[in-house]
Design a protein around this ligand. Structure first.
Ligand code: EPZ
Length: 418
């Protein structure tokens, strides 16, 4: 297993190019199932989760061809299977998103339940509830979701809670259904908007995406497209936390600041000086960060995927901060690892109280999940001495060549092949 070795203390400077958004690319790849035509997708990040999704699609019979780095062509004109196996789905829960497109286009699907993951139980009951509302005969048996539908029928779907994956599942199901579907309580994340825009570029009729009420008028079929994935706001936010913690001045290229309101507001409050253009962000940090409190909420609130990174910054900030994780039930596994580096953090249920310390110290730590890994990298960049982060396959799921990008910004970082 690869490790990262980081020696902290270097200020960051220079430019970094932000990759395409993992959480937009994953559902967008699954949308290829909705048409027999080829679709070309650009700005697709080279991540383990992307490769796993392409493997799942390949097993269904989708033709996958990388035209150049970041550009992949998919064609689902010879689908040979309607089953997504446990072996692949268990490693990448977003594979559950092949369920809706298979059902919408082929009337059948058998997809393994994803199972939980480190940050939570991750149920899919809302996905099942919504597909049933669209007329699917759907049930869970032997660890699989088994679904059939002659033709999905438009319906009104209100989920019990806001669910990003659920909203994406219903978008990709309703586009080929008979009649109109209304999603109430829909997710408003930029990645959901990007999926809706991709579907519209394929001929779908969708309005209201980006609000909590989305209307989809089913069409007979969808056609091919050539579409560019939105930049990754969480990767961008992670680099901004890194420069806020380590100090220095960096410029993010190929970013989408207009999708990052809550993140940019919070980092400004922490003392990061920011300038933005349509696709770039310049950030400079002088002096010690100020402690900032966050409560995670659905978009446009502060994103749960940035909670661990902000906590690393708060660990060395001037003051005490309160962090409340409202979305996932177990998203504090970075806390014991940060404490090993000298952080002063107390957990009380969903709340973490962070008393900023003057400095952290390098240590051997272990990554436990994707964003926890990013949190440890940020802490290590600011710490005194050497940190070795183990199990960084978690990091590789969601960050493209993180150590290469950080090294180019002046960090003392290297990957130890394990
Ligand atoms: C997406 O996960 C993201 N993943 C997550 O990013 C992100 O943290 C999450 O949305 C919230 O923004 C992808 O897009 C691939 P949800 P998703 O359905 O769709 C509960 C990362 O680090 N729920 O919005 O699985 C669920 O348990 C990852 O990049 C149900 O109870 O999240 C959670 O508490 C981590 N039943 C809450 O809703 C359901 O049927 C939000 O989950 C569905 C969800």
């Amino acid at each position: 297993m690869d490790k990262l070795r980081i020696v902290g203390g270097n200020r960051l400077s220079g430019e970094v190019s932000i990759s395409g958004a993992k959480n937009a690319a994953l559902p967008i790849l699954c949308a290829a199932l909705l048409t027999p035509d080829p679709i070309v997708l650009r700005n697709v990040p080279a991540l383990n989760d992307i490769h796993t999704t392409l493997k799942v699609l390949g097993q269904l019979g989708v033709k996958v061809q990388w035209l150049e780095p970041g550009v992949v062509q998919l064609q689902a004109n010879e689908i040979s299977s309607y089953e997504a196996p446990y072996e692949l789905v268990k490693t990448m829960r977003a594979s559950i998103l092949v369920l809706g497109p298979l059902l919408a286009r082929f009337g059948q699907a058998r997809v393994s339940l994803p199972g939980g993951c480190a940050i939570g139980q991750r149920p899919v009951d809302q996905h099942i509830k919504g597909l049933a509302a669209l007329g699917a005969d759907i049930r869970v048996e032997h660890g699989f979701v088994v679904a059939k539908a002659k033709k999905l029928q438009g319906a009104s779907i209100r989920t019990d809670m806001v669910t990003v994956g659920g909203t994406e599942q219903f978008l990709m199901s309703a586009v080929l259904a008979n009649g109109t579907t209304v999603l109430e309580n829909a997710a408003r994340e930029p990645e959901v908007v990007d999926l809706a825009e991709l579907l519209i570029s394929m001929g779908a009729s969708i309005s209201g995406h980006g609000t909590d009420r989305i209307v989809i008028n089913g069409v007979g079929q969808l056609h091919g497209t050539d579409y560019t994935v939105v930049p990754d706001r969480i990767e961008a936010g992670t680099f901004l936390c890194a420069v806020a913690a380590a100090g220095g001045e960096i410029t993010l290229r190929n970013a989408a600041p207009d999708t990052m309101g809550a993140i940019l507001d919070k980092l400004t409050e922490a003392g990061l000086q920011l300038e933005t253009g349509s696709d770039w962000i310049r950030a400079s940090m002088h002096g010690r960060p100020r402690a900032v409190g966050i409560k995670t909420f659905e978009h446009p609130g502060f994103p749960t995927d940035m909670q661990a990174q902000i906590m690393a910054l708060d660990s060395i900030a001037n003051g005490t901060s309160f962090i409340v994780e409202n979305i996932f039930e177990n998203r504090y596994m970075h806390v014991p690892e940060l404490i090993r580096m000298g952080a002063d953090i107390e957990l009380d249920g969903h709340t973490a109280v962070v008393n900023g310390v003057q400095q952290l110290f390098g240590a051997k730590v272990m990554a436990t999940d994707l964003r926890a890994s990013a949190s440890l990298v940020i802490a290590a960049l600011a710490a005194t001495g050497e940190t070795i982060i183990d199990r960084i396959y978690h990091l590789d799921r969601g960050y493209e060549r993180m150590e290469v990008k950080l090294k180019a910004l002046g960090a003392q970082i290297e990957r130890l092949r394990g």
